[in-house]
Design a protein around this ligand. Structure first.
Ligand code: FUB
Length: 442
């Protein structure tokens, strides 16, 4: 029994990852659909891997061979439940297609229906597959046949309060149709093309539809200038007509061509899950899932979301706080880089390169008393730092004198000012220059 427990806890530790953006820090994840089942958030992303080549052009391209599912109770710590479907296990699919694009998963009558696009055996276009499980983590059984009557990508299932289900997908426009009761086919006469009424422009794909306060929202990536924005439309009916309302997120300032998202309510707050190529800045088909809060106006319209690295959740003071996932980086002698260019999964560090350079990290929980702070740092000539709580008349928690060290080193200093509750922290350089990987209170 003891051995079993030990293995179980090791597995839990190995599969658990900390918060901030991106949220999954040991593999690429894209096209995130988040769903709440049994009081937990389940994340069903697609799974990018390097090495994809577009058959037609020979250009570097997407490569996606399987799906994992992740779960979390706090949106900070994510457990990877492993592979749930892979391309060689799809009877109707191309076992070498590398095209398992954006999926979804819904619950109906105690069963979990994972819905995914995949290249077909014939090599002509995408089918939409269904895999069924008794619990969100799986195991999933892939059905012999894809959904009848539909070809395309990026399926999403909109479950209405009256029990009716609609498939929303991308295939020659954004489309929707009612699903039959056992999710084997769409009902052909209900097929609707939504975006005929929308402003003209570039590609629209990746639809995610949901219902809130009696209104239906159709949200989707849409290329307006160079890359995909996230945009939305609203309706009083699941199959429209939908009225175009505007932007949820601007185009990526760094040029990541795709964006893809889902919107979910959890414990009374609404969250936007989306992706960005954080771990692969030079190649935008290796992406990573991020989360930020999303807010609605009183009339139901959506407030635009500014992407952050800080993400969501409160960081315990006694956890490793990755200050490079900042709330604000003052653009004066500061920069961010990978800790290990040969293994980017080790994450990033922040450089405070001259006196007054500073970085702010919000929402740190000091409800347990702390006596010291440890920093993982590197500084060629030594530096002095102040850690304060960011308010106008800031309390200085610690003044930190960092010795000259060309290698990464952990240094510990006393905390001289007691803090309570949730605080925002600022690290400000007073002298010299320093690279900071993380800080942790004890
Ligand atoms: O991940 C492959 C494709 O890129 C998705 O299906 C699109 O929505 C875009 O994110």
């Amino acid at each position: 029994m003891k051995k079993l427990l030990t293995f179980a806890s090791l597995a839990l530790l190995a599969g658990t990852m900390m918060a901030q953006n991106p949220v999954i820090r040991d593999q690429f994840t894209a096209d995130p659909t988040a769903r709440v089942f049994n009081g937990k958030v389940y994340l069903f992303p697609s799974h990018d891997i390097p090495g994809g080549v577009q058959a037609r052009t020979g250009e570097p391209w997407f490569r996606m061979q399987d799906y994992h599912v992740f779960s979390s109770e706090d949106l900070m710590n994510w457990t990877d439940h492993g592979v749930i479907v892979s391309q060689e296990n799809v009877p109707w699919g191309n076992p070498n297609g590398d095209s398992m694009w954006a999926p979804d998963c819904v619950e109906k009558d105690g069963k979990y229906y994972f819905v995914f696009p995949n290249g077909t055996k014939t090599g002509r276009g995408f089918g939409i597959g269904i895999a069924v499980a008794d619990q969100p983590e799986g195991p999933y059984t892939v059905r012999e046949e894809p959904l009848a009557g539909v070809g395309g990508i990026d399926p999403c299932i909109l479950r209405d309060d009256n029990g009716k289900n609609y498939l929303i997908w991308s295939g020659m426009g954004l489309r929707g149709a009612m699903l039959n009761d056992d999710f084997t086919a769409i009902i052909p006469e209900t097929v609707t093309v939504f975006d005929r009424e929308f402003p003209r422009g570039g590609l629209r794909e990746g639809p995610f539809a949901f219902k809130r306060n009696g209104k239906y929202y159709l949200t989707f990536p849409w290329v307006q200038q160079k890359t995909e924005t996230l945009s939305y439309a609203m309706s009083d009916n699941p199959l429209g007509p939908y009225k175009f309302m505007g932007l949820i997120m601007e185009e990526s300032p760094t040029g990541c061509w795709t964006n893809h998202h889902s919107i979910v309510e959890y414990n009374g707050e609404w969250y936007l899950f989306y992706h960005h190529n954080d771990y692969s800045p030079e190649f935008d088909k290796n992406r990573s899932v991020r989360i930020d809060k999303i807010r609605f106006n009183a009339d139901g319209t959506i407030q635009q979301v500014t992407p952050t690295l800080r993400g969501v959740g409160v960081s315990p003071a006694c956890s490793r706080i990755q200050v490079d996932r900042y709330s604000q980086l003052y653009p004066y002698g500061t920069s961010i880089d990978f800790v290990n260019a040969d293994n980017r999964w080790e994450g990033w560090f922040v450089t405070l390169g001259k006196p007054l350079a500073s970085v702010r990290y919000n929402y740190v929980d000091f409800s347990s008393p702390v006596a010291s702070v440890t920093l993982r740092v590197r500084s060629a000539k030594g530096a002095e730092l102040e850690i304060n709580n960011s308010v106008d008349h800031a309390k200085v928690l610690a003044t930190v004198k960092i010795p000259s060290t060309s290698k990464w080193k952990e240094v510990t200093f006393p905390v001289t000012e007691a803090l309570n509750g949730v605080q925002d922290l600022t690290l400000k350089c007073l002298k010299g220059a320093v690279d900071i990987d993380w800080i942790e209170f004890k």
